[in-house]
Ligand binder design. Structure first.
Ligand code: G3H
Ligand code: 13P
Ligand code: ZN
Length: 314
């Protein structure tokens, strides 16, 4: 067993109306938690690394630990660069043995995004590495209350077709109402499912059948993690994520990869806050990091089993 790219796992996800979880990793405990939860469910999984995680943990360490997860679990695991901001970071991921990369040119003018994404596709495809790119900007909490600003940043379906056909990417991250972090919605959670369906319909009409869509900013911001954080000294008032039912709906449609980082961060923080509050005399890191690892494992296990639907995708 070796690391795989995301091609087959996303194809299977599309065909069977589930989504593969893409979990951000930063250290050994997170990697082990994600690997153990995926193994429990016999599920393929994506471990993804942001530019700041590369700087924090060193790609050599991350690659070696994810290789260990593959040999320990025998699962299909993809090691993916999350939000690659420039060609240099993409090149670093490729040179470090990543099997999939995201180039995020969504903040550039459209033509520049097309041009740079194409360049990344040429680099990556030469090494059998899959490429995700983004079109439209994920709404911030402020944008959410302003309809015209919201429309201005959501993915345009016609532009999505043009983007996919001109760049040759393998999957497309869209903006349909999610946002990164723990404060996604001021009022009711709302995703633009009609827009998602239109994007996929137009892609199909243009010859891109079963094209995998990626949902970023998809943490559900579990009320129980937030409550534990707040009970033990945290201050996370008004935190709100994407309801699990909406993620399930997206997974049953064309969304094949669902990104979660905040949920893992909250679980880890909740476990550690609680451990320190209840055990002021203890100082062995294996105590609090062990609790953190278990809480992340439980969150990921529940996501795979009850939300993403990727159980037995191997
Ligand atoms: O989408 C962003 C991810 O949550 C990674 O965040 O750059 O703080 O590692 P980070
Ligand atoms: P969350 O902040 O909702 O976990 O989103 C993570 C993400 O999209 C990583 O690319
Ligand atoms: Zn993201």
């Amino acid at each position: 067993m070796a690391l795989v790219n995301t091609k087959n796992m996303l194809e299977k996800a599309f065909d069977n109306n589930y989504a593969i979880g893409a979990f951000n990793i930063n250290n050994m405990e997170i990697i082990q938690a994600v690997a153990t939860a995926a193994k429990k469910n016999n599920s393929a999984v994506i471990m993804q690394v942001s530019k700041s995680a590369l700087a924090y943990a060193n790609p050599k360490y991350l690659k070696a630990m994810v290789d260990a997860a593959v040999s320990d679990t025998n699962l299909d695991i993809a090691l993916h660069l999350d939000h690659g901001p420039d060609i240099e970071t993409v090149q670093l991921a490729i040179d470090s043995g990543f099997t999939s990369v995201m180039f995020d040119g969504s903040h550039f003018d459209y033509e520049i995004n097309v041009q740079k994404t194409k360049e990344v596709v040429e680099l990556a495809h030469a090494k059998n590495i899959t490429v995700e790119a983004e079109l439209g900007k994920l709404a911030g909490v402020e944008d959410e209350v302003n309809v015209s600003a919201e429309n201005a940043t959501y993915t345009d379906p016609d532009q999505a077709v043009d983007f996919v056909s001109r760049t040759g990417i393998d999957s497309l991250a869209v903006a349909i109402g999610t946002s990164h972090g723990a404060y996604k919605f001021k009022g009711e959670a709302k995703l633009d499912f009609p827009r998602l369906k239109t994007i996929t319909k137009k892609l199909e009409a243009a010859g891109f059948k079963k094209f995998p869509i990626v949902l970023h900013g998809a943490s559900s911001v579990d009320a129980s993690s937030v409550a534990i954080c707040n009970e033990y000294g945290g201050k996370l008032d008004g935190a709100k994520g994407v309801p699990n039912e909406m993620l399930r709906e997206a997974a049953a449609l064309s969304v094949c990869k669902i990104n979660m980082d905040t949920d893992l961060r909250l679980a880890m923080t909740a476990a550690i806050r609680k451990f320190f509050a209840l055990n002021p005399e203890k100082f062995d890191p294996r105590g609090y990091l062990g609790d953190a690892r278990k809480m992340i494992e439980d969150i990921v296990d529940n996501k795979i089993k009850n939300v993403l639907g990727s159980t037995n995708s191997m």
